[in-house]
Design a protein around this ligand. Structure first.
Ligand code: T5A
Length: 208
């Protein structure tokens, strides 16, 4: 049995994470790997129920602290019910967002990065990905992609203002600088196939 690997895709809205997660999963399956595709918030029955609490309703539905706790609770269930069992049987698990999204989105304002990491230690024993692929795209291009798909609709968190999303992008860029062994920045511009090739390169050293 080959070793399971846990890979996360991160980045701002519209960077192409969902598209690339499907493409990377297909490319890894072609190489004979057992691949599980999952997402956050969500990825297990309980976490999907929490997802709808988090992403729907009024902007002020949750306080910043309650929101961070809900993400941590969803993640705890996702790790326990979906991710760890798949890794234990030797699968590669690809997750569309994980802890670093909470650090970037909830770790500004009322809570610090250290607070979010503490919640993750309590909820998920500090469990971390083997590699995090951070999809980078100029703000205008990401907005244009999201607009083509969604028009003017957005969820509770995606609909926050430009300054919030800039701070999120800055936080991700900081993680990429400070945690270079795990966190790899990938240029997400250009044709989808070219981006997938870059992602495959970024996990090549983990392949059996
Ligand atoms: N959140 C999440 C937190 O605040 N804290 C947390 O801890 C977590 C886990 C989740 C929201 O929750 C927040 C972040 C988010 O606001 P979501 O519905 O899961 O929201 O959506 P997002 O993760 O934000 O992702 P999006 O669905 O907005 O975008 P993706 O997945 O990055 O992009 P994708 O693949 O859907 O592509 C967008 C469009 O671009 C096209 C696609 O076809 C699609 O139409 N596209 C391309 N077009 C041209 N060239 C390419 N190379 C393209 N690739 C994709």
């Amino acid at each position: 049995m080959t070793a399971g690997r846990f890979i996360t895709l991160e980045g701002g809205e519209g960077a192409g994470k969902s598209t690339q997660l499907r493409a990377l999963a297909a490319a890894l399956r072609e190489r004979g790997l057992d691949v599980v595709e999952t997402r956050e918030p969500g990825g297990s029955e309980g976490a999907e129920a929490i997802r709808s609490l988090l992403l729907t309703g009024r902007a002020d539905r949750w306080s910043a602290r309650a929101e961070a706790l809900l993400f941590a609770a969803a993640r705890a269930d996702h790790v326990e019910k979906t991710i760890r069992p798949a890794l234990a049987r030797g699968a590669w698990v690809l997750s569309d967002r994980f802890l670093d999204s909470s650090r970037a989105y909830q770790g500004q304002g009322a809570l610090s990065d250290a607070d979010i990491v503490t919640l993750h230690r309590i909820g998920s024993e500090g469990f971390l990905p083997d590699r995090t692929l951070f999809l980078t795209l100029p703000e205008g291009e990401a907005e244009a992609r999201a607009r083509v798909r969604d028009g003017d609709k957005s969820d509770r968190i995606g609909g926050r203002g430009q300054s919030f999303h800039r701070a999120v992008a800055d936080a991700f860029a900081r993680f990429a600088r400070d945690e270079a062994a795990r966190f790899h920045a990938i240029d997400a511009s250009g044709e989808a196939d070219a981006v997938t090739a870059r992602l495959l390169d970024a996990v090549a050293d983990l392949l059996p």
